[in-house]
Structures are given as structure tokens and as C-alpha cells.
Design a protein around this ligand. Structure first.
Ligand code: MD5
Ligand code: FE
Length: 203
């Protein structure tokens, strides 16, 4: 099913469900090379979410700021390449939401534990905001906050469940958004973990 969250934002419920095992296996392989790590923010805080990446570019944060890099700062190796099944899932979801030419070069992997949260932010480190962002949720459910174009705008709550895919494009691409602290409601596929993959055109 396809729920419209905004003019150019869609929630594709269960779109990735039949591919969840493939995705979880890919996450395990990627993070065997580039492990999940808790990054520091420029403001000196440690993120509660564990991050890794695959693809030509990966998002990182440290005391100097946010940016995309071709290498993992932890290993000094290139980020693991983007597995074909991930790339095709992202392209198919984008097409279903009206973005037929989506070619991501970066995939950020987020790992949430009970209590992990993502405070309200915009994704604006990518070069070209005309490409959408595709997000895939796996494991424990989360409450997503969907805001406006100012941090102080009111937010709506959307539950994101195992296998859900969301596509954020057009004017909805730069909305403030976040994830509320995760409740511990173990999922059969992942236990007390939530994963989110975000596919981006970063370079
Ligand atoms: C998550 N991740 O569930 C979310 C899903 C991140 C992040 O926010 O930056 O890793 S992605 C939700 C999203 C992405 C881009 C734009 C908008 C929402 N939006 O305009 O609402 O871990
Ligand atoms: Fe984000």
C-alpha cells in the first residue's frame, strides 16, 4: 500500500518485507568491514544511534562537522560497495513514488538500540536536493517525527515498521524530521534492534 505523507513524500508499507532477510544479511556483511560506531557531533555530543555506510560515499560526523567521505575514517578503507539488491530496492521504491531515475551513491546504515533517538534535523549535506532520499526500516518499530521547513514547525507522528520504505522528494526532501527514543519491543528478525537504511545521491 502507498500512503501519502506529503506532496512528494510516500510511505510504502511493507515494500521491503519479502527482501528483509537479504537486507539483514547485507547489513551484517557491510558492518563486518565497516562496523557500526557512535559518531560525535560538532557540538561535542555522542550520537545514540550507531552508524555505518556503504556505497561510493559515506556520511560522517566528528568535532569538525558533517560531510561525505569516500573512505571510512575508522578503517581508512573505502566504504563497502553498495550491494546490488540494495541498489535495486532503492530504485524500485523511488520509481513507485514518482522518481524513476534515482541513482544513489551513498547508503547510511543506522542501528538503534532501546532508548536510541535521532533529534530533529534536516538532511542537507548532499550536493543535489532534487534527488529523493529512500529510507528502509527493519526490526523494531519506531515513531518518526515529520516536521516542516523550520525546526519550530509542528510535527506529525508516523510509525515505521519492519519492511516499510519511505521516499522523501521534492519540497518534502528538506523537512525537519527525527525518531523518538526507541521502546524495547523485540522483533523476531532482529531482537532488540532497529535498522534504518537511507539511500542518497550525495555527490
Ligand atoms: C531513520 N534516518 O529512521 C531516519 C529515516 C537519517 C534519518 O533521518 O538522517 O539517517 S530517513 C527520514 C528522512 C530523510 C530525509 C528527509 C526526510 C526524512 N524528511 O524530509 O522528512 O533512521
Ligand atoms: Fe535524516
Amino acid at each position: 500500500s502507498r500512503e501519502q505523507l506529503g506532496t512528494h513524500a510516500w510511505l510504502l508499507r511493507g515494500f521491503a518485507l519479502s527482501r528483509a532477510d537479504v537486507l539483514l544479511t547485507a547489513i551484517a556483511r557491510i558492518t563486518a568491514q565497516s562496523p557500526f560506531r557512535q559518531m560525535s557531533t560538532p557540538g561535542g555530543l555522542t550520537m545514540s544511534v550507531g552508524l555505518s555506510n556503504c556505497g561510493a560515499l559515506g556520511w560522517t560526523s566528528d568535532s569538525h562537522g558533517y560531510r561525505y567521505t569516500p573512505r571510512d575514517p575508522l578503517t581508512d578503507l573505502p566504504w563497502p560497495s553498495m550491494p546490488a539488491p540494495l541498489l535495486s530496492l532503492a530504485a524500485e521504491a523511488a520509481e513507485a513514488a514518482g522518481f524513476p531515475e534515482f541513482m544513489p551513491d551513498a547508503c547510511l546504515l543506522n542501528r538503534y538500540l532501546p532508548g536510541s533517538r535521532l533529534s530533529l534535523h534536516q538532511d542537507r549535506n548532499e550536493r543535489d536536493f532534487s534527488a529523493p532520499i529512500v529510507s528502509v526500516s527493519l526490526g523494531m518499530g519506531a515513531i518518526f517525527l515529520f516536521g516542516g521547513h523550520a525546526r519550530s514547525d509542528r510535527t506529525t507522528r508516523v510509525s515505521l515498521l519492519h519492511g516499510d520504505v519511505a521516499v522523501w522528494g521534492g519540497e518534502d526532501r528538506l523537512r525537519y524530521h527525527g525518531i523518538l527514543p526507541l521502546k524495547d519491543q523485540p522483533h523476531p528478525a532482529t531482537g532488540s534492534l532497529r535498522y534504518n537504511l537511507t539511500f542518497r545521491k550525495a555527490g
